[in-house]
Design a binder for this molecule. Structure first.
Ligand code: IFM
Length: 461
């Protein structure tokens, strides 16, 4: 039996925008705004208005969590829902009621909430007026929002995270055109990345100053980079990919410093963001209590074949390649499946980041409706494909824990099939299927397996 440490967190993650629906939301996020503007960019032209309707159904949903033995769960508070007036920090009373009731319902049912503050959801007013995280004013407005959340819910929420996958809004919004404001501007990208790191640091420092009992961390999507060969050029390519996509946030957020090599490279391309000494001190001082890691796929890289004329994005330094010996998920754009990466991440955190307490904050196997199929005679959806792969990943995690990795839990992406940005509902990840016509939740077989896993705090070989 693969047994996990006592008190291990078992549960799932989602986010406010992806699950709540926009009912009674006092302000719009960039997702409401962008969908109104360009619905055709969203798969099936489905926007964030209704999604799982958690705003109305959270009680029913917490009961479903209990049914599959969750002891913990992550969601986010939407900035655009909680705050009515961004400049004064005046809150929306209905949002306070909703989040209070939701948090209380979780606690009443023995589900520990992990509350995240930013999951890609910039209020559109702040994006339009100030350029979102392009501006340091918005950094301070974010800290004000965080302060309100800590004051309102900090008596009950014991685990907070500042940002989920903070690199993604930089990639999507400023390099590769999959988030609003769809700019392709590496100079702005580095400023936004820096400002997000600053917002994170200021929030962590504020939380510590407020002396609330609880812990604060951040959730990073870590994608280990593997080189095609041991040639110097290929190894350098992997080093660069790791520098840009992992260490760019890991180092400042966990060690309080930016990787020297990265700073030099940015300088070389005239991409250094505007910083001040005080801000850098703030970043240095911000110590997180724990790390959340999201893992889905490995990154396979090789030396660049043809040099780009100028730096447009980190791929200036490497090319991607497909692992000839890899296994792939046919239901998700042939994404490589590589459970060993999870072991490698755990070892990296253990050896290079002080073995900080961490949890697997997202891991998921995407399928689509066809591959999951219809409801079977037993009333379940058969997603054994997902369970088999999850087992392989958890075995690798277990191996790392046996070797001393300080991992305290697993949250799978996701609880109920949720809306996923431009992909809307194209890919399904949930323990429960969401029927888009009726809003009904239908359990999948993997949910049954997970319930046993959570109950036993482990699983049979
Ligand atoms: O839906 C997203 C989530 O918002 C962040 N991590 C990856 C998920 C699946 O694509």
């Amino acid at each position: 039996m693969y047994k996990f440490p006592e008190g291990f967190f078992w549960g799932a993650a989602t986010s406010g925008v992806q699950s709540e629906g926009s009912k009674n939301q006092v302000n719009k996020s960039i997702w409401n705004y962008w969908f109104e503007k360009e619905p055709k960019r969203f798969s099936g032209e489905i926007g964030p208005d209704v999604v799982c309707d958690t705003y109305n159904k959270f009680k029913e949903d917490v009961a479903l969590m209990k049914e599959i033995n969750f002891n913990s769960f992550r969601t986010s508070i939407q900035w655009a829902r909680l705050i009515k007036d961004f400049e004064t920090g005046e809150v929306c009373e209905d949002a306070v009621r909703f989040y209070n009731e939701y948090i209380d319902e979780l606690l009443k049912n023995g589900v520990e909430p992990i509350i995240n503050l930013y999951h890609f959801d910039m209020p559109s007013e702040l994006q339009e007026k100030f350029g979102g995280f392009e501006s340091k004013k918005v950094v301070n407005l974010f800290v004000l929002f965080a302060q309100k959340a800590f004051e309102l819910f900090g008596d009950r929420v014991k685990y907070w995270t500042t940002f989920n996958e903070p690199i993604v809004p930089v990639e999507g919004g400023y390099l590769y055109d999959f988030h609003y404001p769809n700019k392709k501007d590496p100079k702005l990208a580095t400023q936004v990345a820096y400002n997000i790191i600053l917002a994170h640091a200021k929030t962590v420092n504020l939380y510590k100053n407020m002396k609330i009992s609880g812990e604060i961390g951040v959730i990073l999507n870590l994608t280990p980079s593997y080189s095609r060969s041991n040639s110097e050029e290929d190894l350098k390519a992997a080093y660069m990919a790791d520098l840009f996509f992992n260490r760019s946030f890991l180092d400042p957020m966990l060690k309080g410093e930016f990787p020297k090599d990265l700073c030099e490279i940015l300088k070389e391309h005239n991409l250094t963001p505007e910083t001040t000494k005080e801000e850098l001190k703030e970043i240095e001082k911000a110590k997180v209590d724990f790390l959340g890691v999201n893992y889905y796929v490995p990154r396979r890289v090789k030396a660049k074949e043809k040099k780009d004329e100028k730096f447009n994005n980190p791929e200036y330094y490497f090319d991607y390649y497909i692992n000839p010996d890899g296994r792939f998920n046919p239901y998700r754009d042939n994404n490589e499946i590589y459970p060993v990466a999870l072991y490698d991440i755990a070892k990296n955190v253990q050896e290079n980041y002080g073995n900080i307490p961490w949890y697997l904050a997202e891991i998921g196997i995407a399928m689509d409706l066809n591959s999951e199929g219809d409801v079977k005679e037993d009333g379940l959806i058969d997603d054994t494909f997902r369970t088999d792969l999850m087992k392989e990943h958890f075995i690798q995690l277990h191996r790392a824990i046996e070797e001393g990795s300080n991992c305290f839990g697993v949250h799978q992406w996701t609880f109920i099939d949720c809306w996923s940005w431009l992909n809307s509902f194209k890919r399904r990840y949930g323990f429960y299927r969401l029927d888009l016509e009726t809003g009904k939740r239908i359990k999948k077989k993997h949910g049954v397996w997970f319930a046993q896993l959570a109950k036993d705090n482990g699983f049979e070989k």
